[in-house]
Structures are given as C-alpha cells and as structure tokens.
Design a protein around this ligand. Structure first.
Ligand SMILES: Nc1nc2c(c(=O)[nH]1)N=C([C@H](O)[C@H](O)COP(=O)(O)OP(=O)(O)OP(=O)(O)O)CN2
Ligand SMILES: [Zn+2]
Length: 148
C-alpha cells in the first residue's frame, strides 16, 4: 500500500551523494624511509627515476541528512567547487612528487593521494559530511579511504 513503508515521510533520511572527476598526473614511487635498494625492491618498475603517469578518476562521496526542504544532502554544485579547489587545481597536470609539497616527504602511492585529498577536503566541506574518497589509479587498481 502506498505510504505504508516502515519509515514515515517526516523521518530523517540519510543519503550518499558522489561526484566523479578525473585528473592526470605523473609520479614515481620512492620512499625517503627506504634505501635506494629497498625502493627498487619494493616498488619495482614504479621506482624508475623517469616516473610514469596516470589518468586518475576520483569519486568524492558525502553522507548526510536529506534536507526536508531542499531535498539535498548538499548542493552538488558546491561539491564541484570543493573538488576544483582541493583536487583539480593542485593535482591536475602536475608532477605529484615535485609540484605538491606534501609528497616531498610522503610517497605518492594512491593510498597516500587519497589521504591527501581527504585531509584537504574535510577543511572545505561542511563538518561531518565527507564519507569516502575512492581513486581509480588505473582501470584495475582502486583505492578507498574513509578517514580512519
Ligand atoms: N598499494 C599500492 N601499490 C601500487 C601502487 C599504489 O599506489 N599503491 N602504485 C603502483 C604504480 O603506481 C603503478 O602505476 C601501477 O602498477 P601496475 O599495477 O603495474 O599498473 P597497471 O594496472 O596499469 O598494470 P597492468 O599491466 O595493466 O596490469 C604499483 N603498486
Ligand atoms: Zn603510478
């Protein structure tokens, strides 16, 4: 029967909304905490000094109450602006290791790129909304970070 669901229409409902953007960047996997030999052993071809590039695809997901008046968790146009500021301007068409100060001491694995994005995204989003950063480094390699 219509309208007979367990949750009434006035109840608080939680939604997850995502926006996906792509950026291109190059990098080399090299940890300052490892010797040159150890770097070669751990990272293999990805430790090549010439570096290599990726077309990263990032999904930013926020979780929150679907506002009864606006019908939105947050305005996706505002999320787009946050992604531009936190991801596209600092990372797109950049050498992650040389152009982004954070990665001079932190190895630019996709896990750490996700942490970098999370740490900066929480600064610009409304408190408590950020839920997940998912990065497709390649079609086959995917990383998820949820701030834990
Ligand atoms: N835990 C992680 N492992 C690796 C990372 C990473 O960020 N976190 N990154 C790399 C390299 O950057 C590399 O670009 C990926 O290597 P590879 O898996 O060989 O890349 P492909 O998926 O394109 O390889 P296929 O040949 O298509 O299988 C390595 N490891
Ligand atoms: Zn890589």
């Amino acid at each position: 029967m219509a309208g007979s669901s367990a949750q009434s229409s006035t109840a608080e409902r939680i939604g997850y909304i995502s926006r996906i953007e792509s950026f291109s960047a190059c990098h080399r996997l090299h940890s300052i905490h490892l010797s040159d030999e150890e770097n070669k052993e751990v990272y293999g071809k990805c430790n090549n000094p010439n570096g290599h590039g990726h077309n990263y695809k990032v999904e930013v997901t926020v979780r929150g109450k679907i506002d009864a008046k606006t019908g939105m968790v947050m305005n996706l146009t505002d999320l787009k602006k946050c992604i531009e500021e936190v991801i596209m301007i600092p990372l797109d068409h950049k050498n992650l290791d040389k152009d982004v100060p954070y990665f001079t001491t932190v190895v630019s694995t996709t896990e750490n790129v996700a942490v970098y994005i999370w740490d900066n995204m929480v600064k610009v989003l409304p408190p408590g909304l950020l839920y997940e950063i998912k990065i497709h480094e390649t079609d086959k390699n995917v990383v998820v970070y949820r701030g834990e």
